[in-house]
Ligand binder design. Structure first.
Ligand code: IPD
Ligand code: CA
Ligand code: CA
Ligand code: CA
Length: 262
């Protein structure tokens, strides 16, 4: 398992950089992209998302044909090696198509339903976040360790929202957080904001409903940096459903759990 994990950890980082370069190329000529909508007019997608996912699927299938693969754009292909890759080819498609740099490639790997690898690459910032179970988390090679003195009052919290699940609660959450002396930021990429929790830039991240491909890589990074996250159900069909997402640095766990009610 150790050797298998190391091989996949190295591959995930190589793929994230390659996929990120392809996505960056699309980003630089985004005026030419046809933007389509999914669940509502705020939920957008383009050929860039699909092509980047296809590229990652092909690279994983080539190296590990027995691994499972779940991606946002093309769904689940079951495997039988015990490993499943959970990938968001572009997280932050809204900033991507609107010309903002807050987007990333997010790659998680599960082994026997446990997230053992988390890699997030943000091409516009040239930042590669990488973590593997028991091996710690790094940002461009620098070890990430969360500072227990950071709280909701002396640091900022990320809050995300989409238009189709409980947007009203997000308003309530913002109000409660600010009443408690905190403040919030949203950059349009939940995966990248979870990486920012691991990097100590945000003290926590909450969103009422996200999918496995949005949060599992970030969760692995946060855990390995010394933070906490709400359990995300990945057994069987639960893997493709969504769930509430909350991650926090040690000094913000209790406050954010109380404010989010989970
Ligand atoms: C979205 C982003 C956004 C979050 C949404 C996600 P996408 O993912 O992470 O920040 O608020 O819930 O669906 O569609 O850009 O991959
Ligand atoms: Ca999407
Ligand atoms: Ca996403
Ligand atoms: Ca996406």
């Amino acid at each position: 398992m150790t050797h298998d994990l190391d091989t996949r950890f190295a591959l995930a980082q190589t793929i994230a950089r390659t996929a990120g370069a392809v996505a960056r190329d699309y980003f630089d000529r985004r005026e030419t992209l046809v933007i389509e909508t999914k669940r509502d007019a705020q939920d957008v997608v383009s050929i860039a998302d699909r092509e980047v996912e296809n590229l990652i699927r092909a690279a994983v299938a080539d190296a590990h044909p027995d691994d499972g693969f779940l991606g946002e754009e093309y769904g689940l292909a079951a495997g039988n090696s015990g490993y499943t890759w959970v990938v968001d080819p572009i997280d932050g498609t809204s900033p991507f198509v609107n010309g903002m740099p807050n987007w990333c490639v997010s790659i998680a790997v599960l082994f026997d339903s446990k997230p053992v690898i988390g890699v997030i690459y943000a091409p516009c910032f040239e930042e590669l976040y990488a973590a593997a179970a028991g091996r710690g988390a790094v940002l461009n090679g620098r070890v990430l360790t969360l500072d227990p003195s950071r709280t909701i009052r002396n640091a900022v919290t990320g809050i995300g929202a989409n238009n189709y699940v409980t947007p009203a609660f997000v308003g309530k959450m913002v109000e409660t957080l600010m009443d408690a002396g905190g403040n919030f930021i949203r950059n349009g990429s939940g995966a990248l904001m979870l990486a920012y929790v691991a990097a100590g830039r945000l003290v926590g991240y909450y969103e009422p409903y996200m999918h496995a491909w949005d949060c599992l890589a970030g969760y692995c990074l946060v855990t390995e940096a010394g933070g906490w996250h709400h359990p995300f159900p990945v057994e069987g069909e639960q893997l493709t459903r969504g769930a509430p997402v909350l991650a926090a640095a040690p000094g913000a766990v209790d406050d954010l759990r109380r404010i989010a009610g989970i």
